[in-house]
Design a protein around this ligand. Structure first.
Ligand code: 5GP
Ligand code: MN
Length: 316
């Protein structure tokens, strides 16, 4: 599908809603707000519905306009950003009831669940796709749009560290600096600031870190009990999976987190160039990117650990 078709749908719609995945990260919330600004530039009214997100994102422009719910139930147009599957979408009932739906995403595992699907798995962040759209639509890139887009680029690339960054990433970043976007400030607010609860969870995750296959696999976990004890809020577990990646020799980092005191764990996998963790997570009904993926796996810590390590071992 083409960008012209997307533009036509936006221009036609009287009511528009933007949605993203649950537990939104910087790319999810940055894309949502960047798209909101873009659509407003086209003289259209638009709602962003995100029921909960980390207060670390409170610095984003217009974040106070994000809604938890809406009086409108049947939007003309619903657009999802950074969301690979319908199942992962927060407040998906608004998507379900919309007359027309558009999916804008960068996950290779996206299953094209919209009426129109604009998916580029090569893009390192959904925000970068939006950056391309802005240029195509000839919308002026304001400082506000720049901050939102930069937040997605910085968080999804781990601060320009992950595979997938390309010349366009830096060209666009250079343009944003010229617009007055303060990259070190966004970097500090998104990647270098942790909440107290995240710090307390980090200590537990480090203490429990185990290694397998001569140090190629790192494994660690947190339970619902841990989160209660440190008074964790939404988003406080973000980034914990990366700790294992910083250790010499580790090729796959596994972090599992108990789901709401249930007998199930949300698994998060990260890898460098060799292992495709998206393939592994697909086997458990999840998905993601080759180097960053997740899924929900039934069982207690020990059972989930054994199941996941078994599959990672096979892939090594
Ligand atoms: P995280 O480990 O940070 O939760 O997720 C890493 C990546 O995998 C994200 O891009 C996310 O969209 C994807 N992902 C995580 N969990 C799931 C899941 O349960 N299903 C699918 N399809 N993708 C997931
Ligand atoms: Mn993303």
């Amino acid at each position: 599908m083409t960008l012209d078709e997307i533009l036509k749908e936006i221009e036609k719609a009287q009511s528009i809603v933007i949605l993203t995945h649950e537990s939104p990260d910087g790319d999810a919330i940055g894309s949502s707000l960047a798209l909101k600004f873009m659509i407003e530039k086209l003289d259209k009214k638009v709602d962003v519905i995100i029921p909960e997100y980390s207060r670390l994102f409170d610095f984003l422009p217009s974040v106070e306009e994000i809604k938890e719910e809406s009086e409108i139930k049947n939007y003309d147009l619903a657009i999802s950003v950074d969301c690979a599957t319908f199942k992962r979408m927060a407040k998906r009932e608004y998507f379900d009831k919309a007359n027309k739906t558009i999916v804008i995403d960068h996950h290779g595992s996206n299953n094209m669940y919209g009426d129109l699907n604009y998916v580029n798995p090569v893009s390192p962040s959904c925000c970068e796709i939006l950056a391309g759209m802005i240029q195509y639509f000839e919308i002026d890139i304001t400082k506000e749009i720049g901050i939102c887009i930069m937040t997605g680029i910085i968080t999804d690339t781990g601060g320009f560290r992950h595979q997938g960054i390309n010349p366009e990433t830096f060209e666009f970043t250079a343009e944003l600096i010229r617009k007055g976007v303060n990259i070190p400030e966004i970097y500090k607010k998104t990647l270098r600031t942790t909440t107290k609860a995240n710090f307390e969870l980090t200590k537990r995750v480090m203490n429990r870190m185990e290694f397998f296959e001569e140090g190629k696999i790192a494994f660690t976990y947190i339970t619902s009990e841990d989160e209660k004890e440190v008074c964790a809020e939404p988003g406080d577990h973000e980034g914990l999976v990366n700790i294992g990646m910083d250790i010499e020799g580790v090729e796959v980092s596994i972090f599992i987190r108990q789901k709401d005191e249930e007998n199930a764990y949300k698994i998060s996998l990260r890898s460098f160039d060799k292992i495709n963790v998206s393939d592994i997570c697909l086997m458990f009904g999840g998905g993601g990117h080759p180097r960053a993926a997740g899924a929900l796996v039934q069982g207690d810590v020990e059972q989930v650990k054994q199941k996941v390590i078994k599959e990672v071992r096979k892939a090594l």
